[in-house]
Structure formats: structure tokens, C-alpha cells
Design a protein around this ligand. Structure first.
Ligand code: PEP
Ligand code: MN
Length: 355
């Protein structure tokens, strides 16, 4: 931590800050300049955020800056150049033909596909059928929907979860579904293989803390106005509660541009690789809001080094209860799965499907 003292700081104010630094377990390295004094507090500053808050309010202190990022468990670098390898999220599930294993963050590029909302049995089973046919490994679908309007379709809740479970059994796809409220964790945990935390809840800290009571993989989507550091701090909440199985999903951020729903921040993919060992997926559906932009941005996501994508599909997008405009029908999904492999292979990853 670097503490810059005010130009007019009195010697006893400088002494007071030096004492606080030492009492907190750091060593102090002062630089006494002709105009101002800078104090370097040397030691692992993570987990000592309370000191930062006290330091900024001390008399004579101008600025306090961290040297290390404030997250620890999700950090790529553990200590002094020790680099953590990528985490592989590995899990299994049962379907009618036996047990299946999935790895996210390994050598296979993963594709999650499914409707925005679970609407009815036919719609889920039909989406699962073609998602599987062209190579998806996971079926996404919301049973609890975070809708902007309270008058919009809110989801089928447990009935929706049961339909997803039926589709898993029939088609051998792992189920990814959103949890919006800690009170529903036990219920969602019974049906989901991956629990999704949506953009709107990325900083719902009580919800994040509740996830320590499950060992299911958590897919944490980026908040629509969140920095990478805020996002990683949210992931840190989950790991700090004892669940290390976290996948990050970039889903676009809010900018001044109105031509599309969000701006898919693909910078985040290589940038996060440097900052964290957690695997990163990309959601080009919410990231663009337009079905015709999903395929090119999926290719771009693969080229940027994502471990996979999550896309919305629907048997009849024009009749979807939510997000029909960005949903791929069977033909469009088939086309996407055909054009993806060359790009995936070019960056050294494998595809488990034949295109
Ligand atoms: C979703 O994936 O269904 C969803 C609501 O996405 P987001 O939380 O990214 O808006
Ligand atoms: Mn959606």
C-alpha cells in the first residue's frame, strides 16, 4: 500500500501514520521528499481493507493506493510470481443412458444452449433436442426470471425446473438455470447442474454468501455496469464461503451505444486470463441482443480465448415469452455450430461435436 502524505503534513501526523502501518503488521519504507512524504507499507495487504479505510481519513494523508488487487482466492498470481493454473470445473450428471462428465476450463470448448425462459414442456424438449443434435453439452433455461417489468412473464418456477430435469434425462444435457433468491437455493440445487447468478444479482452479496452451502458449479454473470475488479470481488465472495467452483460469464455491458442491447466486452476474456484462474465463458445473446450478431460474436469469443459460449435458442423465436429477438432457431444454431470449429481449433482448443 502506498500512502501519500499531504504537502503540509506535520511531523507528528507522519509519525502517527507510520505507527499505524507498523501496528497493522507492515514494514514502513518512507521517502522523505523536499515537498512531500510518501510511505510505502510493505506486506500482504489483502484482507486488511479496514486499514485502508482508516488510513484515508487520518490527518495529513492525501491518497492511499493498493499495490496488490484486493482479491486473493480468485487471483491468478498467488504470491511473488507463483501463478495458479486455470481452474477446471469438473462435474457429472445422470441421464437415461448413464453418467456424463463435463469439464469447463479444460481442452474442450463448451457450448451451452437453450431458451431464455422455460415456457412449456414441448418448447424445452424441442430446444434440448436440437441443442444436443448440433453439439451443445449444457441446456440453459430460466425458471425464475429477472424481468425488468413486474408484468412480464416471471418464469414457471419449480414446474420449469422439473421440465429442465426431464430434458436432461432425455437428451443428456447438463442443466444451467438461474437462482435469484437465497430462499430458493435448496430447490434450485435439487435440479441444476450449474447454478447461474445473473447480471442483476452479481452484487447481491447475501445471495453470493449463500452459495457456500452448495458445491455445485456457479456461473457468475457480469453485472451490466461492473468493472472486472468488482466482478472478481463477487467471485471472491463465493470462494471465500467455501465453493471454489466458479465460472465467469461475460454478457455485455451498458455503454452509450443504443444500436444493440449491450456491448459485448471481449477485452474481458484475455484481460481476465491474466487476473484470475477461473474459466471465462461468453454470452453473445445478451451481449448483442440480436440473433444475427450472435454467430460472429461467438466466433470472436472463441478467438479471444473463451472456454465456451452460452447462447439462447428457441424452436420459434418469434413466439418466445422473452428474448426472442436474440434467440437462434434450429437453422441458425446449426449454422453457428458448423462455423465455430475452425476458429476454436485455431486457438488450440477442441470441439466434441462433428460439424
Ligand atoms: C439470462 O441468462 O437468462 C439472463 C437473464 O442474463 P443476464 O443476467 O446476463 O441478463
Ligand atoms: Mn434472456
Amino acid at each position: 500500500m502506498i500512502i501519500q502524505m499531504n504537502q503540509n503534513a506535520m511531523p507528528d501526523e507522519i509519525k502517527n501514520v507510520e505507527k499505524m502501518i507498523e501496528e497493522a503488521g507492515y514494514s514502513v519504507h518512507p521517502i522523505y521528499g523536499t515537498n512531500l512524504t510518501v510511505l510505502a507499507a510493505v506486506g500482504d495487504e489483502r484482507g486488511k481493507e479496514g486499514l485502508y479505510d482508516r488510513m484515508v481519513s487520518q490527518p495529513g494523508v492525501d491518497k492511499v493506493e493498493y499495490i496488490l488487487p484486493p482479491y486473493k482466492l480468485v487471483a491468478r498470481e498467488i504470491q511473488k510470481g507463483i501463478i495458479r493454473p486455470d481452474s477446471v470445473i469438473d462435474f457429472q450428471f445422470e441421464w437415461k443412458e448413464g453418467t456424463k462428465s463435463i469439464q469447463i476450463g479444460g481442452s474442450d470448448f463448451v457450448v451451452m444452449a437453450g431458451p431464455c425462459s422455460v415456457e412449456n414442456r414441448e418448447q424445452v424438449l424441442e430446444s434440448a433436442r436440437f441443442a444436443k443434435k448440433y453439439g451443445a453439452c449444457c441446456l440453459r433455461g430460466g425458471a425464475f426470471k429477472p424481468r425488468t417489468s413486474p408484468y412480464s412473464f416471471q418464469g414457471l418456477e419449480e414446474e420449469g425446473l422439473k421440465l429442465l430435469a426431464e430434458a436432461r434425462y432425455e437428451h443428456g444435457l447438463a442443466v444451467v438455470t438461474e437462482l435469484m433468491d437465497a430462499h430458493h437455493l435448496e430447490l434450485v440445487d435439487q435440479y441444476a447442474d450449474i447454478i447461474q447468478i445473473g447480471a442483476r444479482n452479481m452484487q447481491n452479496f447475501m445471495l453470493l454468501k449463500s452459495l457456500g452451502s452448495t458445491q455445485k458449479p456457479i456461473m457468475l454473470k457480469r453485472g451490466m455496469s461492473s468493472t472486472l475488479e468488482e466482478w472478481l470481488m463477487s467471485a471472491e465472495y463465493i470462494l471465500s464461503q467455501g465453493n471454489n467452483h466458479v465460472i465467469l460469464c461475460e454478457r455485455g455491458i451498458r455503454t452509450f451505444e443504443t444500436q444493440y442491447r449491450n456491448v459485448l466486452d471481449l477485452n474481458a476474456v484475455p484481460a481476465l486470463k491474466k487476473l484470475t484462474h477461473l474459466p471465462v465463458l461468453v454470452d453473445p445473446s445478451h451481449g448483442t441482443g440480436h440473433a444475427d450478431l450472435v454467430a460472429p460474436m461467438s466466433l470472436a469469443a472463441a478467438a479471444a480465448g473463451a472456454y465456451g459460449i452460452m447462447v439462447e435458442v428457441h424452436p420459434e423465436p418469434s413466439k418466445a415469452f422473452s428474448d426472442g429477438k436474440q434467440s437462434l432457431d434450429e437453422e441458425r444454431f446449426k449454422h453457428l455450430m458448423k462455423i465455430l470449429p475452425p476458429v476454436v481449433h485455431a486457438v488450440g482448443m477442441r470441439t466434441s461435436w462433428n460439424s
